[in-house]
Design a protein around this ligand. Structure first.
Ligand code: 13P
Length: 212
């Protein structure tokens, strides 16, 4: 096992625990993955992100077949869909974080802009969030839906389910999904208020600095 792979296993375990301890994930919800030179690491299905065992994290080869570890997340095809379309993606995070899920349940949202540009950091970390229709967790159609839009969106919100966010590495993917969660919370807090949104020029200038 390479130094890099060992380090990534430890980092997934540490960041998974941090997400769990701060209430951003719970039970066995959510999954994390990271790209390796020769494939991917992904959290095992039904595992608690707060209590990962680095040695049991699943290793997939470059085509997505299991090489070692426990059975992979049922969302592994969704993660692979992101990697396949985004050469710069080094990690993918999927959560059922409460406020993002709450937004994903609202009726009548614009799929091209489910959350308006309310803060600079939201635009910088998330850019253009895409709302995808509902499919059951693990449904291959969900992975297809993500693959279709992944080249244009590093962050998607699955209706009645939760966010999927890619980043250049695990830390930046997690920073971005946390920014999305806090923005979803603000958006819900502000519902019914008159908002002063960022202007299209502000958004364009911030998007040029967006990560992902
Ligand atoms: P896994 O336990 O298979 O990773 O699935 C959890 C989840 O978040 C489904 O959307």
């Amino acid at each position: 096992m390479s130094m890099n792979e060992n380090r990534l296993r430890d980092q997934m375990t540490e960041l998974g625990r941090s997400l769990y301890e701060r209430g951003l994930t719970f039970g066995s919800a959510g999954n994390l993955s990271a790209r390796l030179d020769d494939g991917f690491l992904i959290t095992p299905t039904n595992s608690c992100l707060g209590r990962l065992d680095p040695a049991r994290i699943t290793k997939l080869d470059a085509s997505g077949s299991v090489v070692s570890g426990d059975a992979p997340s049922k969302e592994s095809f969704l993660h692979l869909g992101m990697y396949g379309q985004r050469v710069t993606a080094g990690a993918v995070v999927h959560l059922h974080s409460t406020h993002s899920v709450a937004v994903s349940v609202l009726d009548g949202l614009d799929p091209e802009r489910p959350i308006p540009p309310i803060t600079a950091y939201y635009v910088m970390k998330i850019g253009r969030l895409k709302l995808l229709p509902y499919y059951a967790p693990g449904d291959p159609q969900l992975a297809d839906a993500v693959r279709e839009v992944a080249a244009r969106h590093h962050a998607v919100l699955l209706a009645n389910h939760g966010p999927v966010v890619a980043g250049t590495d695990l830390e930046s993917a997690i920073y971005a999904v946390e920014e999305l969660e806090e923005t979803a919370r603000l958006f819900l807090l502000l519902r019914g208020e008159r908002l002063r949104l960022l202007s299209p020029e502000d958004v364009r200038s911030l998007e040029s600095r967006a990560a992902g």
